[in-house]
Design a binder for this molecule. Structure first.
Ligand SMILES: [Zn+2]
Length: 71
């Protein structure tokens, strides 16, 4: 159960990004709305500003996580 809660929190954190919003004129938290395109190294996402709800696209350059990193 606790693991589930941790996973949930991590998902919540992973679900928002601090991005520049043209409408707000500032860096604001954007929530993942939709996956537009998946490329080998990147993912193009539709992000929505949590302040003014303006949507914008965003390229996630985060490389895929290795499955097991324990030595
Ligand atoms: Zn905004």
């Amino acid at each position: 159960m606790e693991d589930d809660e941790l996973t949930f929190l991590e998902d919540q954190l992973a679900g928002t990004e601090l991005l520049a919003c043209e409408t707000c004129g500032d860096d604001t938290l954007h929530a993942h709305t939709e996956v537009l395109e998946v490329y080998p190294m990147t993912t193009e996402l539709l992000m929505q500003c949590t302040c003014c709800q303006t949507e914008r696209t965003w390229i996630d350059w985060t490389p895929p996580k290795p499955k097991a990193q324990s030595n």
